[in-house]
Design a protein around this ligand. Structure first.
Ligand SMILES: [Zn+2]
Length: 316
């Protein structure tokens, strides 16, 4: 039997955080309270002190509102530690994901270098990751995922914690990661109200459990999506009659899969609660996976392919 040793790391990436600071300087005042950064000691020490730099050209650029996706700061992972563009950047992919910022990575690099200098950016973060990491390990998350996907690959799970971001989690698949490296960004979630400063404490809970399983599932299924979601399927999905219904097939798949993994590991009720909150076609995925569960001989690619065929029929 192959030895199955997995590693897990969690850290804060200062390139992402630098761009995150500029991002929130540009938009914090104009967004809903529910998605503003959590008021923590981290917020005070690593964000609030920079508020006087709101006129910096980078902040102004983001403020024009062309590309406001909350995952924008992850594009900084295409820069090296000196904030210069890395070699071998996948321009097509980052342009698709980040628009102007992907296409003009050189301009972004220059703006960020200047921003870092102007604000005298510090990155002496003091976050205790041990409780979170211990929980990931004791919950055997990687083992549960490998068991579900029927692979015994050794994986290196790299989590980038994004303490100001309360909006979006994201699997990072555009940075040419080594095959067994799974990289994703997670939010800091806080309970409302958000008007008094609290210490930042990253603790494992059911939300993070779902996020980690979901984002990992993107990484396990990314290549399969590329392989089985063809232009034909894409044109079916993008027909006028589906324009008001949720039709991101990658997400529909991953959300159904996540609900099934939750069900298998934590019980029927947890799985049902999860699938009830997902787009209706995710239930097709969720139900069809029972065929895979019952058949030990089936590999994951086979069931993925069959589910894609089932989904395709829904978009005729
Ligand atoms: Zn997703």
């Amino acid at each position: 039997m192959q030895k199955n040793k997995n590693s897990i790391s969690i850290s804060i990436d200062d390139r992402v955080e630098l761009l995150r600071v500029a991002y929130f300087l540009a938009i914090e005042d104009s967004i809903d309270t529910k998605i503003k950064p959590c008021k923590t000691d981290f917020y005070k020490q690593n964000y609030e002190i920079y508020k006087k730099y709101i006129k910096h050209p980078l902040v102004q650029k983001i403020g024009t509102g062309d590309e406001w996706n909350a995952d924008l700061p992850t594009v900084a992972l295409c820069l090296d530690k000196n904030l210069k563009p890395k070699e071998n950047i996948n321009f097509k992919e980052i342009t698709e994901q980040f628009g102007w910022y992907g296409k003009n990575i050189d301009s972004l690099s220059k703006l960020l270098i200047d921003f870092k200098k102007t604000i005298a950016f510090k990155n002496d973060y003091n976050v205790n990751f041990k409780p979170f990491k211990d929980s990931l390990q004791s919950n055997k998350i990687t083992e549960k995922l490998n068991r579900f996907y029927r692979t015994n690959k050794k994986t290196n799970l790299k989590i980038l914690f994004d303490p100001l971001n309360r909006i979006t989690n994201k699997a990072i698949t555009f940075t040419n990661n080594p095959e067994n490296e799974r990289l994703f960004l997670i939010t800091y979630l806080c309970d409302e109200p958000n008007n008094s400063t609290k210490p930042l404490e990253l603790k494992w809970n059911e939300d993070y459990r779902r996020i980690v399983i979901h984002e990992n599932s993107h990484i396990y299924t990314d290549a399969l999506f590329e392989k089985y979601y063809d232009t034909k399927f894409d044109s079916l999905v993008n027909q006028e009659k589906f324009k008001n219904e949720y039709h991101d097939i990658d997400e529909i798949m991953v959300r159904g899969i996540t609900a099934k993994i939750l069900e298998l590991n934590y019980g029927q009720k947890i799985g049902e609660d999860e699938i009830n909150h997902q787009p209706k076609n995710s239930r097709i995925v969720y139900n069809y996976l029972n065929k895979y569960i019952k058949n030990d001989e089936m590999d994951f690619e086979q069931v993925y392919k069959e589910i894609m065929e089932q989904l395709k029929k829904k978009y005729n």
